[in-house]
Ligand binder design. Structure first.
Ligand code: PLP
Length: 390
């Protein structure tokens, strides 16, 4: 096949959609009003645009627009959820925060910081598919527990968590439930009321809006303590002049996802199936990581024996393919990613990990190109490998 460019790292970020760019463009040019400048029309229009975006995000989540607060990123939403709840008076001094071993660092490093402040943090194990251990959750909740935070779907292996079951357990025990839905929002249905979610983080750049904008759903009645104080924007939850163009973009991107989610997810899932079947049938000693069915539509994560993930992604890059690995060097430590370790992979297996994440802009030709190149690259690398045994 002729050389092509294939972007297969949509879990890292996505391109800004043309429709989204069109919608935000006026707010980067003529519509530059400050939403707080309510005495004149230019400011009122900016405010109205932010409120429309709030409605659009709320609609996809089945939330009330008043429960959506715009943030500077998914990371900030996660920070606010954890710090804001643990520090709030509403939790009445309870010190325990329960999360999982496979969260994104936005959660893990925030939990660590809270532990350093004296909070009691418990990290739940997951099974070999990356599904959280429900019995461990039940055992971990005690009288001193304020909050449980479990991601909706994992960024490396794509596994989707049983959110409703987790939320029910939390509420039976009088504990709040937060979910980091940065990877899941817009890709799988998430209705906060039906699922019983108290707080939910999301991010723009995973759904074809720009980087550097996110939101936190906060169930009405909850008052997490703000981490950014100042002019009182976002009802005092998140001060700082609103990033109007990006917020407008996030709203539009959410609206589009809400409208097309079912069709797009079916399409992306069929591409991923083609990719997984092709890879597993053509490449010996390859395996899928994460849950076989309960996974994000676009996520295909593999391990290949006797190769290094870094070599794989560098060779794929030469062929014009963007991919990711949870192997050691890319995690800036000697160990493979915490996710691959937590699902029980041996070090040498996890070193050969590859994550290919597809989205709506990908095609069957992209998939066939990836399979063809991957097969050749693996064959070449393995022939050079001292540990490869056919
Ligand atoms: N949480 C998860 C699960 C993610 O995958 C990411 C980003 O990759 C984040 C949080 C952080 O989001 P942001 O990049 O908007 O800060």
């Amino acid at each position: 096949m002729e050389k092509r460019f294939v972007y297969a790292d949509n879990a890292a970020t996505t391109p800004v959609a043309a429709e989204v760019l069109n919608k935000m463009m006026p707010y980067l040019t003529g519509e530059y009003g400050n939403p707080s400048a309510g005495f004149y029309t230019l400011g009122q229009r900016a405010k109205a645009a932010v409120e429309e975006a709030r409605k659009q995000v709320a609609e996809v989540l089945g939330a009330d627009p008043k429960e959506i607060f715009f943030m500077g990123s998914g990371t900030e939403a996660d920070n606010f959820a954890l710090r804001g709840v643990m520090h709030s008076k509403q939790v009445k001094g309870k010190k325990r925060l329960i999360t999982t071993k496979i969260e994104h660092h936005a959660i893990l490093h925030t939990a660590e910081a809270l532990a350093n402040e004296g909070y009691d943090v418990v990290y739940l194990p997951v099974d070999n598919y990356g599904v959280v251990d429900i019995e461990a959750l039940k055992n971990a909740i005690n009288e001193d527990t304020a909050l449980v935070s479990v991601m909706a779907a994992n960024n490396e292996i794509g596994t989707i968590q049983p959110l409703k079951e987790i939320a029910d357990i939390c509420h039976d025990r009088g504990v709040l439930f937060h979910t980091d839905a940065v990877q899941a929002f817009g890709h799988i249905p998430l209705n906060v009321k039906e699922l019983g979610i108290d707080l939910l983080s999301l991010s723009g750049h995973k759904i074809n809006a720009p980087k550097g904008v996110g939101a936190l759903y906060i169930r009405s009645g909850l008052m997490p303590l703000p981490i950014i104080t100042g002019g009182g924007q976002e009802k005092g939850r998140r001060s700082g002049t609103e990033n109007v163009p990006s917020i407008v973009a996030l709203g539009e991107a959410a609206r589009i996802k809400g409208e097309r989610m079912e069709r797009e997810a079916a399409y992306v899932r069929s591409l991923s199936k083609r990719l997984q079947e092709g890879v597993l049938s053509k490449i010996p000693q390859s395996a899928l990581t994460g849950h076989p069915e309960n996974r994000l539509p676009g996520n295909s994560s593999f391990v290949f024996s006797a190769v290094e993930g870094e070599s794989l992604i560098m060779n794929l890059n030469i062929e014009g393919i963007c991919a990711a690995t949870g192997s050691a060097c890319s995690t800036a430590s000697l160990d493979p990613s915490h996710v691959l370790m937590s699902i029980g992979l041996a070090h040498e297996v996890a070193h050969g990990s590859l994550r290919l994440t597809l989205d709506v802009q990908n095609t069957e030709e992209d998939v066939d190109y990836i399979i063809e190149k991957l097969e050749k690259i693996l064959d070449r690398l393995r022939k050079m490998s001292p540990v490869w045994e056919e």
